[in-house]
Design a protein around this ligand. Structure first.
Ligand code: ATP
Length: 224
């Protein structure tokens, strides 16, 4: 059995004006595993991913990251935990257009005290190779295709060697061929030991996932 990395117990989220989005989320996210979360628009998928990734707090429940209950720890420690252990990927890439692919990837490494400059350079090159973009390192985002931009953002998410990757609708702006490449890359990352959680409207993600969930009425239901 793979190790647990994120464990959510009884997570609820109620937004202002009494909008209840998550009712009772229980999920055990293990290493070496690719999870998909599907569900209707507005069902709370992004809200759940933000909570699992420590970008937002639940209204109730416990959230353990690598055995640490994140609910009562200080904001500074939350930021450190997130930086060290979690990588995010979004539909709109959020690359810095004034930096090259290589510079976008090296940027998050500057806040990691474990890396020397030489480590950062080596790591950035390795990550560009992993995502198949060694020949694009000096290209700016405006000089890359949508699929290439998303692969740069995946490499950037891996910059600090996180144990978990959370991707919110990562192929929403991509064509089918690029979609396939991105899903295959996620599968490869999970085979390297990462926990990968993908929120998607695209049913094709099921083929690549080890565990598939639907978010309905604030609860996760596993598709078997
Ligand atoms: N900051 C907020 N304040 C109040 N309500 C919010 C807030 N953020 C999201 N919501 C509401 O929570 C619900 C869930 O939103 P969320 O973005 O998590 O859904 P989703 O499943 O990711 O949707 P989509 O598939 O359309 O991206 C929506 O009804 C939304 O209006």
């Amino acid at each position: 059995m793979a190790d647990s990395f994120i464990k959510a117990e009884g997570i609820k989220k109620v937004y202002k004006r009494n909008i209840s989005v998550l009712d009772n989320i229980n999920i055990d996210i293990k290493k070496n595993t690719l999870y998909s979360i599907m569900g209707e628009s507005g069902s709370g998928k992004s809200t759940l991913l933000s909570i699992l990734g420590l970008l937002d707090k639940p209204s109730d429940g416990d959230l353990y990251i690598d055995g640490v209950n994140s609910i009562n720890i200080k904001p500074k420690e939350i930021n450190f935990l997130r930086m060290k252990k979690i990588g995010f990927i979004f539909q709109s890439f959020y690359l810095n257009n004034s930096l090259t692919a290589y510079e976008n990837i090296i940027l998050p490494m500057y806040i990691n005290p474990q890396y020397t400059y030489s480590d950062m350079k080596i790591k950035s090159h390795e990550l560009l190779e992993l995502v198949g973009l060694k020949n694009r390192l000096n290209h700016y985002p405006t000089e890359l295709s949508g699929g290439e931009k998303q692969r740069v953002s995946i490499a950037r998410a891996l910059a600090n060697n996180p144990e978990c990757i959370l991707a919110d609708e990562p192929t929403g702006n991509l064509d089918r061929e690029n979609e396939k490449q991105v899903f295959e890359l996620f599968q490869h990352l999970s085979s390297l030991g990462k926990s990968v959680v993908v929120v998607s409207h695209n049913v094709d993600i099921k083929k690549y996932s080890n565990v598939c969930f639907n978010l309905e009425n604030g609860n996760l239901k596993e598709n078997i």
